[in-house]
Write a protein that binds this ligand. Structure first.
Ligand code: AGP
Length: 356
């Protein structure tokens, strides 16, 4: 087992470090930098009228991101928690597509939602890591994320690969004016992830805040799923209370929980209106004495109001969530390590949830 960890203390850390390679594999042969076109053989001819994503846990966060990308390009798209989808199957038009996002391809709730779609005669697509999985076998189409085996219960590299795969799907069904910039950003992404891994301050931040009462994560737009994912990773492996919110929701309740004992991780990139609003939220929590950790590319002045900064390189907004999330993966890992948790096999959790 030690050999399989290649010198890393945990599979989770090994898998975090495998991300540059995994992302290169996800992209290989699928994008043309010159034209900005995306070509995935298994998606040939795909032109859905509307798209419903179904998924659980981390994969649901990638699904939320994917639905947003499609909506940005004018495609009617929504993401559903697979366990809720079946309770009232949402209507879908003829020519619709249901996308199951599932690392394992074996998650019972996601399979049930995909089967419900097939029962209604809707085309299905499995976005999965596992060739030969049930989802891959049962769906009409597959989009393999090619992340390689993930042993740690906490999904890390597969989330990053799902976000990239969501970009590929969006590139196929709804390519926009900035297609070339997106493809260039995807090309640069593995190197940028490596740069973070080589020079992150996440361990230092974890050390500073390891004794905190709880952790909050906020993000807006493309970074809303990252806020959810940052919190899920933190609670899953540290057993500490953590919650993620869309930054704009803070004032609608969660702000009451914010104290000097609850660091708030704010993901802010660019200097557009979304960033300005999130910086406004950062000021609000700072005024309540909460420690603020800005995960930022430095384009806005979020860092000025923060107690600590986790830097990420500048890139296209559709790609930035991967970079921000790598920093949050590392913070969760180091907090869990300091607390002596069972990082690769957290209590009560299984890698693949095969019962509904
Ligand atoms: C993430 O760290 C969890 N292990 C969990 O939320 C997971 O993403 C979820 O169970 C879905 O699994 P899947 O991607 O294999 O369908």
């Amino acid at each position: 087992e030690e050999t399989a960890k290649s010198g890393y203390d945990h599979y989770m850390l090994k898998e975090i470090h495998e991300q540059p390679r995994a992302l290169r594999k996800c992209l290989r042969g699928r994008v043309d930098e010159l034209t900005g076109s995306v070509e995935v053989e298994s998606l040939a001819g795909l032109d859905p009228e509307s798209v419903q994503f179904v998924a659980c846990g981390t994969s649901y966060h990638a699904a939320l991101f994917g639905a947003r990308l499609l909506r940005e390009s004018g495609v009617h798209a929504q993401a559903f928690l697979a366990s809720e989808y079946a309770t009232a199957p949402p209507p879908i038009s003829d020519g619709g597509l249901v996308v199951g996002v599932t690392q394992s391809g074996e998650t019972a709730d996601t399979l049930a939602a995909l089967r419900e779609a097939r029962r209604r005669g809707v085309e299905t697509l499995a976005m999965t890591n596992v060739v030969g999985s049930t989802a891959a076998r049962e769906c009409d189409r597959t989009l393999f994320i090619r992340a390689g085996p993930e042993i740690g219960v906490a999904a890390t590299k597969t989330f990053s690969s799902q976000v990239v795969a969501a970009n590929l799907l969006a590139g196929v069904v709804a390519s926009g004016d900035d297609a070339r910039e997106i493809v260039e950003a995807l090309r640069d992404l593995p190197g940028q992830v490596q740069a973070i891994l080589d020079d992150t301050r996440a361990a230092k931040v974890a050390e500073t805040y390891v004794d905190s009462e709880g952790y909050f994560f906020v993000g807006r737009g493309h970074h809303y799923p990252v806020a959810l994912e940052g919190a899920l990773k933190m609670k899953e492996i540290t057993y500490k209370h953590a919650e993620g919110f869309p930054a704009g929701e803070l004032k609608h309740g969660p702000l009451a929980l914010v104290t000097d004992e609850t660091p708030v991780f704010a993901v802010v990139t660019g200097d557009g209106p979304e960033a300005t609003k999130t910086v406004g939220n950062v000021k609000e929590v700072e005024a309540r004495d909460a420690p603020v950790v800005a995960v930022t590319d430095g384009a806005s002045d979020a860092g000025r109001f923060a107690d600590a900064v986790l830097e990420i390189p500048e890139t296209h907004p559709r790609v930035a969530p991967v970079l921000a999330n790598v920093q949050l993966q590392l913070v969760a890992y180091h907090v869990a390590k300091r607390l002596g948790r069972s990082i690769d096999k957290p209590r009560n959790l299984a890698k693949s949830v095969t019962v509904e």
